[in-house]
Design a protein around this ligand. Sequence first.
Ligand code: MG
Length: 168
Amino acid sequence: MRIGYGFDSHEFREGIPLKIGGIALAYDKGLGGHSDGDVLLHAITDALLGAVAAPDIGALFPPSDPKWKDADSVIFLREALIRVHDAGYGVANIDASLILAEPKIGPHAAAIRVRVAKLLGVRADCVGLKAKTPEGLNLQNAAVAHVVVLLEKHPTKARKKITKRKQS
Ligand code: MG
């Protein structure tokens, strides 16, 4: 087994779409960044990469490379999953904490968990998601994500799911 940990933060900006966990949320601000700013997928990606001691998201997809401008963060997650598979592991479960003042995540939590589970090739009950407001942290205009992931030796199972996703 392997454990991985990922952290990310992004600042809210006016007039851009908000994506968290691969889901578009209706809100008047989005998360700035070179890619689509999906703070949760970035933290999951780094947790997966960290679990197999691979280079981190910034090293694999440098913000200085124009290729990743406005990129769908699912691309980063898929690369991390391929590296997990190549190392001989599959995802057992993940647990995530989001910290943001707004918008409320509760009404979207189920959809985010289902989406993330699908991306990872696990059941939705293998994706934990909590959302907290930044009490006392003075982070009213930012979103933060912390993620831990557990990997287990399931190369055959993982390979099937990843191959299937790549073909679709
Ligand atoms: Mg990021």
